[in-house]
Ligand binder design. Structure first.
Ligand SMILES: Cc1ncc(COP(=O)(O)O)c(C=O)c1O
Length: 498
């Protein structure tokens, strides 16, 4: 096994006494590397002289091998430049899973996405640089599974100040997005004997599936203009309830004050856990802020937050603020899952928070998002008058009712032909309901919003209604594409073994 020492390293296995000639071995090694995509199209190879020296073979061996592969179409040569791997699609067979899994449409109304083009790159980089400069050896070792103390402290201060929580760093666990936090919490609740969890209906379909995947049953409870119908909980045998009190997902309503009180009374009487998803409370345009439930009943509420809506989903920074009885169990689950989230990013986040970076960023983006929301409302009013619009006062998306009988999936497919991606409410319903769309507006410019809605209006006008609309199970296009590939693979394996 030889590793070339020219500037471009290339690991090739050739050796004397291995059977075929050295030249034959070199050719088949290169062919295999190109076929499997290890050497993608366009890759420059070492010169024949350098390769020969590195491999300890005569130059004639490498010259003849390159010539043979050029003749076969694996390599290309141009006078005066390096020999390269030919760019034929069959030679760059990237594995399907890393290929782009979904086409990017021109207008994507994905709900809940902030505008990542205004991510505070400079401030983040300064924070990252500062913490890297100051990092002690401890910061680069295995972390406290709850997360770096500075990050838990800065976050506790931030949520206490802006969300009226009662947070202490000891009660916080940082995790890889809200998504991981919910799964860790679900596993812990199950280990403590919880078997069923009440969820809002409509409510986030992905989270319903997360709870089920962790072995919990879900019991849908209807949502109306005042949020979750709390009185219905009394009839259910559940050990926890998942709610979005400040901004119900997906309807956008606020949990009514008397229901907040009733929910906490119910939880106290049942010794049940209230899981509070506080995912986008920072965004409100026409109403007063609403504090977190956690601040009223810290012993009963497991509070979850995320940087996905305020900064960028790619950070995968989420947090749990837990009742004392759950902290160690969740920390242990986090340790078992991944030994803790990346420390340097947490420290950068702490530095960013301490310098009021998030406050400044939110002050900057709120008016931008508000203008986009207004642009969406105006476009809907002019292009699709008559459709009822809900959940406009806060958040990053709104909900639009579709004419009865509209097949959300057929409409979404038709819209994709115009490069417009829209999202039906169906996957977020526990049972069939009136057709509706969730339209996210924060990541689109005002002119794109207008253009996208104009295209959508045209598509809607030509989409026939049906007596039996389809109902999608998965809302996220990337998850859908992956799940479809996995299902196809399962079916194929079933055919082979059965
Ligand atoms: C209702 C709701 N809660 C929480 C989240 C945050 O998820 P994460 O932090 O995993 O990105 C989202 C993001 O889509 C959401 O829609």
């Amino acid at each position: 096994l030889k590793r070339t020492t020219s500037a471009r390293e290339l690991l090739l296995a050739i050796g004397r006494g291995r059977g075929p000639t050295l030249r034959g071995q070199l050719e088949s090694e290169l062919r295999a590397a190109i076929r499997t995509g290890r050497l993608p199209g366009g890759t420059a190879l070492p010169s024949t002289r350098a390769l020969a020296a590195d491999l300890g073979v005569s130059r004639g061996v490498t010259v003849l091998a390159y010539e043979q592969l050029i003749a076969e179409g694996y390599l290309t040569a141009a006078t005066g430049s390096a020999t390269r791997v030919a760019t034929r699609p069959s030679h760059s067979a990237a594995p399907a899973a890393v290929a782009r899994s979904v086409d990017a449409p021109r207008y994507d109304f994905r709900p809940g996405l902030p505008d990542v083009s205004v991510f505070p790159r400079r401030a983040w980089l300064s924070s990252l640089r500062r913490v890297l400069d100051a990092a002690t050896g401890d910061a680069l070792g295995y972390p406290d599974p709850r997360g770096a103390l500075q990050a838990r402290t800065a976050l506790a201060d931030y949520v206490n100040r802006t969300r009226a929580t009662v947070a202490h760093p000891d009660r916080m666990v940082l995790c890889s997005g809200y998504a991981q936090g919910l799964r860790l919490l679900a596993a812990v609740l199950r280990s403590r004997g919880v078997r069923r969890v009440a969820v809002e209906d409509p409510g986030h379909g992905g989270q319903r599936a997360d709870l089920q995947a962790m072995g919990l049953g879900v019991r849908p409870v209807p949502v109306d203009g005042g949020g979750l119908q709390v009185d219905r909980l009394r009839r259910l045998d559940v050990g926890a309830v998942l709610v979005t009190p400040a901004h119900q997902f997906p309807t956008g309503v606020v949990l009514a004050p008397e229901r907040r009180a009733a929910l906490l009374e119910w939880a106290a009487a049942r010794r049940a856990v209230v899981i509070e998803d506080d995912y986008d409370a920072e965004y409100r345009f026409d109403r007063e802020p609403i504090g977190a439930l956690q601040g009223l009943a810290e012993g009963a509420v497991a509070y979850l937050g995320s940087a996905s809506k305020t900064l960028a989903p790619a950070l995968r920074i989420g947090w749990l603020l837990l009742p004392a009885a759950l902290v160690d169990r969740v920390a242990l689950a986090k340790l078992h899952a991944d030994h803790g989230s990346p420390t340097l990013e947490q420290l950068a986040f702490a530095d960013f928070l301490e310098r009021d970076g998030l406050d400044r960023h939110l002050r900057k983006v709120r008016p931008i998002y508000r203008r986009r929301r207004d642009a969406l409302l105006a476009a809907l009013k002019s292009r699709l008058p008559g459709l009822r619009v809900e959940g406009v006062a806060a958040g990053l998306h709104l909900m639009v009712s579709l004419p009865p009988g509209t097949d959300e999936e057929a409409l979404a497919d038709a819209a994709m032909t115009q490069s417009v991606r829209i999202y039906g409410a169906g996957p977020h319903r526990s049972r069939p309901g009136p057709p509706a769309l969730l339209l996210g507006y924060a990541s689109l410019s005002e002119s794109d919003i207008e253009a996208g809605v104009a295209l959508l209006a045209r598509v809607l006008a030509t989409t026939a209604s049906t007596a039996r609309p389809r109902r999608a199970r998965i809302w996220d296009p990337a998850e859908r594409a992956l799940a479809a590939r996995v299902a196809a693979d399962d079916a194929e394996r079933g055919r082979q073994t059965g």
